[in-house]
Design a protein around this ligand. Structure first.
Ligand SMILES: [Zn+2]
Length: 264
């Protein structure tokens, strides 16, 4: 199939996971093959050699969770994502190619070890919507539509569904401080106590926004900037905010912290 002129695929590699995945129409089977492959680190050097299209490798249908920013920022983003998952974070694995860094999971996925929140991250990775995750030092972040926003008014984390492109989750490296300053005395638990934010609750909160956007089909429903703006004015925002609190509370429960009452 891939002849001399197709470059890297001409290698006489005995096992080409990229082609295997591309040829596998059944999504479950494609993932099984990829997972089996990723669980054998001794084969990875081959992977870096044969890889041509990482999107096809991760999922023939295009699912993706991508880390962006500098190398240091990507490392930090993976750390925060892992921390937010607890033990299950060890099952996250990076696939790196041509300046792109994708997150996928190995072993039995994340739900078995990470409970409900593990399942949320698994669903984000498995969804056909691409999700970008960035943890940055910059106070201002630029969205796909070109708009620039400051973290300070959002407690250090922003999630946006960029119509026709993807979902973007941005978290400031100083999010913990920013959130606790902004919401001091204003964030309450179900037990009435005053709550504080930490890095893990912030990450899970914003992954909750992204998950809600995917799960409630907001992203697919609106395919233009106008559509996004319509969504932003609708009562669907409330529904999405409930999702973020629901997911944040999964992490609060794991950490033995009081559950949060509601979104602001
Ligand atoms: Zn929120």
């Amino acid at each position: 199939m891939y002849g001399y002129n197709h470059g890297r695929f001409t290698s006489p590699d005995p096992y080409n996971i990229v082609l295997e995945s591309q040829n596998e129409r059944n999504k479950e089977k494609a993932r099984e093959k990829l997972t089996a492959y990723l669980n054998k680190p001794q084969q990875w050097n081959r992977y870096t050699y044969v890889i041509n299209n990482p999107l096809s490798l991760i999922d023939p249908t295009g699912e993706i969770l991508e880390l962006t920013g500098t190398e240091e920022e990507k490392k930090y983003a993976l750390k925060l994502l892992r921390d937010s998952l607890g033990e299950a974070g060890n099952n996250l694995h990076l696939v790196i190619d041509g300046g792109h860094t994708y997150v996928t999971y190995v072993n039995n996925g994340l739900a078995a070890s990470g409970g409900d929140y593990g399942k949320v991250i698994e669903e984000i990775i498995d969804s056909t919507t691409s999700v970008e995750f960035q943890v940055t030092d910059n106070d201002k972040v630029k969205f796909s539509d070109g708009s620039v926003q400051s973290f300070s008014t959002y407690g250090g984390a922003i999630t946006r569904a960029m119509s026709g492109t993807h979902i973007q989750v941005f978290i400031s490296k100083t999010a913990e401080t920013t959130a606790n300053e902004l919401f001091q005395g204003k964030m309450f638990g179900e037990d009435g106590s005053q709550l504080r934010a930490n890095a893990e609750t912030i990450v899970s909160h914003d992954m909750g926004h992204a998950w809600g956007m995917i799960k409630d089909d907001f992203y697919n429903k609106y395919t233009s900037l106008w559509g996004y703006q319509s969504w932003a004015k609708s009562n669907l925002v409330q529904q999405n905010q409930n999702r973020s609190v629901q997911v944040e509370n999964m992490t609060r429960q794991r950490l033995g912290l009081p559950k949060r009452q509601k979104h602001h």
